[in-house]
Write a protein that binds this ligand. Structure first.
Ligand code: NDP
Length: 315
C-alpha cells in the first residue's frame, strides 16, 4: 500500500514503551488486529536505562533495551502490525478517529490507545548529556542500587526529588541535594522527611554548574547563587529529578488534561473524556511511572478498547 493512502483499523496504538506493547499483546490476542506506531524513541524511556532489576519475571535482571526488544517481539508474534512513525496530528471529532503519521499518512481508527509516555526533563548541561548512563540518571528507583554505599547527588525540590532522595538515602552513604531556591516545592510532609534524614545534605540556593568526569561521574561542581561560592563535591552518581513532561501535546484541545499536560483517565479505567480513546502508561500517570504499572495500564486499555468495540458492534 502507498505510504500516503488512508488505512482504517479497529485499534491504533501510539507508543512503544511497556504500556503500548502490552496493549498490543492483549489487543492482538483479542483479534483487534492492532496497528502500533512506535514514535520517536522505539521502546521508550527504558531504552535509555541500563539494568532493570524490578520487573517481575527476570530473576537475574535485564538490560532496559533488551527488555523492550522482548516486549516488541511478543507483540509482533501475537500479530501486531508494528511500524516506525510519529503521530503528529489528530482529529477526534467523530468516528472513525483520525491520526496523521509523520504529517502525511492518515490512519482512521475506531479505538485509539495513547501510550506516548513522558520524557524526563534535564538541566541541559553538556556534561550531563555526556555522562548519561555513566553515573548520570533521571530515575533513582531504576539506577540507585548501583550506587550502594556511595555518595550521590540529586537535583530538584519537588515531590519526585524528595521521594528519590529518601529512596537513595537508604542505599547510599550520603545524598547531596541541590535546591535552586531557598525553599522546596515538595509537599510539607515530604520536606519534613527529607530534612529529618541524617544522610541527606541539603544545599539551598544552589545551581549545578558541571558534572565532572571523563567516562564516569566523579564529582559535581555547584555554585551558591546568594554568596557566589563555588564548590566541587566528589560523587559517583548524579540524579536529575526536576520533573517530567508527558508527551501529550498533539492531544491538547481534545482530551482532558491536568495543568502539567497529563491525560486524565476515569478512575480505575483507561477511558478518556472521548469514548473509544484510551490512555495508558506515563502519559496519564505522574505518580507511579514504573514499567510494570505502565504495562498493567496498557493491558487495561486493550481490555477497555475490546469492550468498547464489542458494545458498538465494530468488527
Ligand atoms: P515538580 O514540577 O513538582 O518539581 C520540579 C522541581 O524541580 C521543582 O522543585 C523545581 O524547582 C525544580 N527544577 C526545575 N527545573 C530546575 C532546574 N533547571 N534546576 C534546578 N531545579 C529545577 O515535579 P515533580 O516530578 O517533583 O512532581 C510532578 C508532580 O507529581 C507534582 O504534582 C507532584 O506533587 C506529583 N508527585 C507526587 C508524588 C506523591 O504524591 N507521592 C510523588 C511524585 C510526584 P522550583 O521549585 O524552584 O521551580
Amino acid at each position: 500500500m502507498e505510504k500516503s493512502a488512508t488505512e482504517r483499523v479497529q485499534c491504533l496504538i501510539i507508543g512503544s514503551g511497556p504500556a503500548g506493547y502490552t496493549a498490543a499483546i492483549y489487543a492482538a490476542r483479542a483479534n483487534l488486529k492492532p496497528l502500533l506506531y512506535q514514535g520517536i524513541q522505539p521502546g521508550g524511556q527504558l531504552t535509555i536505562t541500563t539494568e532493570v532489576e524490578n520487573y517481575p519475571g527476570y530473576p537475574d535482571g535485564v538490560q532496559g533495551p533488551e527488555m523492550m526488544i522482548h516486549f516488541e517481539k511478543q507483540a509482533a508474534r501475537m500479530g501486531t502490525d508494528i511500524r516506525f512513525g510519529l503521530a503528529t496530528k489528530v482529529d477526534f471529532s467523530q468516528q472513525p478517529y483520525k491520526v496523521w503519521i509523520d504529517d502525511e499518512k492518515l490512519i482512521e481508527a475506531y479505538t485509539v490507545i495513547i501510550a506516548t509516555g513522558a520524557s524526563a526533563k534535564w538541566l541541559g548541561l553538556p556534561s550531563e548529556q555526556r555522562l548519561n548512563g555513566f553515573g548520570v540518571s533521571a530515575c533513582a528507583v531504576c539506577d540507585g542500587f548501583f550506587f550502594k554505599g556511595k555518595e550521590v547527588a540529586i537535583v530538584g525540590a519537588g515531590d519526585t526529588a524528595a521521594e528519590e532522595a529518601l529512596y537513595l538515602s537508604k542505599l547510599c552513604s550520603t545524598v547531596h541535594m541541590f535546591v535552586r531556591r531557598n525553599e522546596m516545592r515538595a509537599s510539607k510532609i515530604m520536606q519534613e522527611r527529607v530534612q529529618r534524614t541524617l544522610n541527606i545534605k541539603i544545599y539551598w540556593n544552589t545551581e549545578t554548574l558541571e558534572i565532572v568526569g571523563e567516562s564516569k561521574t566523579e564529582a559535581v561542581k555547584i555554585k551558591n547563587n546568594k554568596t557566589g561560592e563555588e564548590q566541587t563535591i566528589p560523587i559517583s552518581g548524579f540524579f536529575v529529578a526536576i520533573g517530567h513532561e508527558p508527551n501529550s501535546a498533539i492531544f491538547k484541545g481534545w482530551l482532558d488534561m491536568d495543568e502539567a499536560g497529563y491525560i486524565q483517565t476515569k478512575p480505575g479505567t483507561s477511558k478518556t473524556n472521548i469514548e473509544g480513546i484510551f490512555a495508558a502508561g506515563d502519559v496519564q500517570d505522574k505518580i507511579y511511572r514504573q514499567a510494570v504499572t505502565a504495562a498493567g495500564s496498557g493491558c487495561m486499555a486493550a481490555l477497555d478498547a475490546e469492550r468498547y468495540l464489542g458494545e458498538k458492534g465494530i468488527h
